[in-house]
Design a protein. Structure first.
Length: 162
């Protein structure tokens, strides 16, 4: 009778990827000055926290049990590993975006720059709202910057009257 390690290996692998990706996101945000993604106010503190999280995740995963198993016996195949990595890192990204937005509620009340630079001075949810707002207005048929432009002959008549 063989006992499958994949039963305990999968949740452990998901935990590894989740915490390691959260750590990497914190380190990348700290290095690039994206204050809207940081869990802590100081860039140095956030970088050290991210590095500690990354190292702790790998240390726990590889030192807690023997993990060097070929996929032909008890390990994960490449396709399974990709799928679980995708789920774990996606969960880590979602967690990072939500927690950093809640911790940095005061950021971004002023004018927000477009693109990733918005995260230098705003949190993610506020930047997302600012990015989607013109598109929602366009879909509703309103102009975001001013009144709805006139179409066809109405615009020409106004120009000749002025």
């Amino acid at each position: 009778m063989t006992v499958s390690v994949a039963g305990s290996f999968v949740p452990d692998y998901l935990v590894l990827v989740f915490f390691a990706s959260c750590g990497v996101f914190q380190m990348a945000a700290a290095c690039n000055g994206l204050h809207g993604l940081l869990f802590f106010k100081g860039r140095r503190t956030a970088f050290i926290f991210g590095l500690a999280l990354w190292v702790a995740a790998f240390a726990w995963f590889f030192l807690s049990e023997p993990r060097n198993q070929p996929d032909t016996t008890l390990g994960l195949t490449g396709n399974q590993q990709f799928g679980f990595f995708f789920v774990g890192s996606g969960a880590g990204l979602t967690f990072t975006l939500l927690i950093s937005s809640l911790r940095n509620l005061s950021l971004g009340k002023d004018q927000i720059q477009p693109g990733l630079d918005a995260l230098r001075q705003s949190n993610y949810l506020r930047a997302l709202h600012g990015t989607l707002r013109p598109w929602v207005a366009l879909l509703r048929g309103r102009s975001f910057t001013g009144p709805k432009p006139r179409i066809g002959g109405q615009a020409r008549r106004q120009e000749t009257e002025d």
